[in-house]
Design a protein around this ligand. Structure first.
Ligand code: WT7
Length: 631
């Protein structure tokens, strides 16, 4: 097992070693895993390519490190505890041995249905253990999974299927979320009308709702696995073979497929999990994310299972059937490490601390936060009321592209500071650059957050478009990986993330490209042009504010706004619906025709007085109109 950091001096020591001799540092950690063949070289890299290889020419299968490696000592230990949406329904506990059998059986099922090493498989499923089984079965046979959050629209799903030319879709009939029953299979049916690569669809029965099954293409999960062997020999993968693709939004165009590979991702997701959360054998760990996001990949499925942990998978929402549900689950399973998003904390905080009264919460030892900056008020509420002042709050900064946590306190080791992600993990060499690309050394500086040396789970490419990867992450500052976030390093050398400096907004911890939302709005036939910006939102962190020029003929303003919301929901999904829509006569533009977002961002955030110099605008008069009618 990986040796955990135990003291602050131990952290500093490891950090120093990891910078001095990264190859030695990571090879010692990688030695804790099972490899069919050891690497020829620990790391080989060039950020100009970009071309990064970790554990070069090593051979492994990540699922052998989750399953076979744990069977002897942990076979009967719960791997996954599943808590259903409805507390009255039975929960499920799946031991490592059972998980092994389920994964082997489903691996064989995938193969029987034509999936081969290298094929892409889309997973569009609810939060049930079978979703983790599906991911692991793909990994076991060398197929590349791409999980799509089951709240995305049919068009978003179709775009992803087409981009990666998926051969198979794994889905469910429906999905429970709070008091709602959500259509899932019908969304897949709709998506498949505009795709041509999918040969088979395997459907897990969750809600029992009526669905249409297409003869020859669609099979029920329970029928597909019936009688299939529970023994399977894992495919031997190269360290740099693709493990999965996960689509995420950027500042321009359609979402891109972030690619992670087998060896480096395995080592880093496990290492970061064990250290940040200080997981000890026997602990019960719970991350409330959905597996459709990177947090679910790295810190519900891969990291914890590689560490032989017990990971809870919760199907429902924080407030169903009541706002005490999270705390009830913590007590029920005696959760030791709890990991959630600031938006959930703020939403629960709004119900008041009385909601927490009936619960003991005395098993909790570590509280994690992820996805967006956590404001001081929410940090204190989490620390004082949930953690009763006993539990360190680990504010973990990372991204889909980083594969794992890069900046975070090590629980009970790193002294915390409200709303600070604190210090980089060993192996992570941060740099703060000004807009001209000069590295700002020393403390008390603020600028663009970059990384100057690869860590094992850095993205390798964006699927099917390597140049886009280079342009997006490795071209703003030559020789650096650019995160897109602004950051401050304070007088103690502690890092505080300030939020995105590009046109990406973060709504309830979900990443959205402003251009992507604009494109969706513009699909409405009456829309002439639109501009979308983020604005501060009490619960969501950021809300979506859309300024829209419309042809109003024959429509009331309210109807039109409603139609625009429906359009966005259909094209991207409900999570992208604008919170505010303002119909405007024009958009402030520079003489070269570029929309001045800076002005719109200020207006949307309520700062309508200090707009700076607007005299260079092509149309300064529209600013007054927009300002007067701000929502
Ligand atoms: C963006 C990445 C990391 C998994 C979930 C989101 C923001 C993430 C923090 C944090 C401040 C944070 C950043 C980042 N972000 N964690 N602890 N403090 N900001 O992954 O969807 O790829 O989004 O989320 O802006 O760039 P993602």
């Amino acid at each position: 097992m990986i040796n955990k950091i135990q003291t602050l001096s131990g952290y500093f020591y490891d950090y120093q070693k990891s910078v001095q001799d990264p190859e030695h540092f990571w090879s010692r950690i990688a030695d804790a895993f099972y490899w069919h063949k050891r690497w020829d070289k620990v790391v080989e890299w060039d950020f100009d390519g970009p071309d990064v290889k970790w554990f070069k020419n090593a051979k492994l299968n990540i699922t052998e490190n989750i399953l076979e490696r744990h069977l002897f000592l942990l076979g009967d230990k719960p791997a996954i505890i599943w808590e259903p949406n409805d507390p009255k329904e039975d929960n499920r506990t799946i031991s490592y041995k059972e998980l092994y059998e389920m994964v082997c059986q489903f691996s064989n099922t995938l193969k029987e249905n034509g999936v081969e090493k290298g094929d892409r498989v889309i997973i569009y499923m609810p939060m049930v253990p079978e979703t983790a089984v599906a991911m692991l079965a793909c990994a076991r046979i060398g197929a590349v999974h791409s999980v799509v959050f089951a709240g995305f629209s049919s068009q978003s799903l179709a775009d992803r299927i087409n981009d990666c030319e998926a051969k198979m879709v794994l889905t469910s009939d429906g999905n429970y979320r709070g008091d709602k029953k959500i259509e899932v299979k019908s969304v897949v049916d709709e998506a498949l009308k505009s795709t041509s690569t999918v040969e088979k669809v395997i459907v897990y029965q969750r809600t029992g709702q009526e669905v249409t099954m297409t003869e020859g293409r669609d099979i029920w999960w329970h029928d597909a696995i019936e009688g299939v062997s529970t023994e399977n020999k894992a495919e031997i993968m190269d360290s740099e073979d693709m493990l999965f693709i996960l689509y995420t939004s950027g500042s321009t165009g359609k979402p891109k497929g972030v690619v992670h590979t087998c060896g480096g991702y395995m080592v880093y997701s496990c290492y970061s999990f064990q250290n940040v959360f200080q997981y000890n054998q026997g602990d019960v760990y719970w991350c409330t994310a959905d597996v459709g996001w990177i947090t679910g990949h790295s810190y519900i499925v891969y990291g914890p299972l590689l560490a032989g942990a017990t990971t809870i998978m919760y199907e429902g929402v924080p407030t169903y059937p009541n706002p005490g549900r999270f705390w009830e689950i913590c007590d029920k399973y005696q959760v030791n490490q709890f990991y959630t998003a600031p938006t959930a904390i703020r939403a629960l905080q709004a119900y008041g601390a009385e909601v927490l009264k009936p619960y003991k919460l005395d098993s909790l030892r570590v509280l994690g936060s992820v996805g967006e900056p956590i404001n001081e008020e929410a940090w204190h509420w989490y620390h004082d009321h949930v953690g009763k002042g006993r539990c360190p709050v680990v504010d973990t900064w990372w991204q889909t592209e980083t594969g794992g946590i890069l900046v975070s306190p090590i629980a009970s080791v790193t002294p915390t500071k409200p709303s600070y992600a604190t210090l980089p993990l060993p192996g992570v060499q941060l740099a703060i650059l000004d807009n001209d690309g000069n590295e700002l050394k020393g403390n008390s500086v603020e600028g663009n957050l970059c990384v100057k040396f690869p860590w094992p789970s850095i993205l390798r490419t964006t699927y099917g478009d390597h140049d886009r990867c280079k342009q997006t992450y490795f071209s703003s500052f030559k020789g650096y990986y650019f995160t897109g976030d602004g950051v401050k390093r304070d007088e103690d050398g502690y890092y505080r993330i300030l939020g995105r400096v590009d046109d990406v907004i973060n709504v309830s911890g979900h990443r959205m490209g402003t251009a992507e939302v604009e494109n969706a709005i513009n699909e409405h036939p009456k829309v002439v042009e639109s501009a979308v910006v983020g604005y501060p939102h009490d619960i969501k962190g950021q809300g979506i504010y859309a300024f829209v020029i419309c042809d109003m003929e024959g429509r009331s303003e309210e109807n039109l706004k409603q139609e625009i919301r429906v359009t966005v929901s259909k094209i991207i999904g409900p999570i992208a619906k604008p919170d505010k829509i303002q119909i405007v006569p024009g958009l402030p533009k520079t003489r070269s025709g570029k929309i001045m977002r800076r002005i719109l961002r200020k207006i949307a955030s309520g700062d309508t007085e200090n707009l700076g110099d607007t005299s260079t605008l092509l149309n300064p008069d529209v600013v007054d109109d927009i300002r007067e009618n701000v929502i």
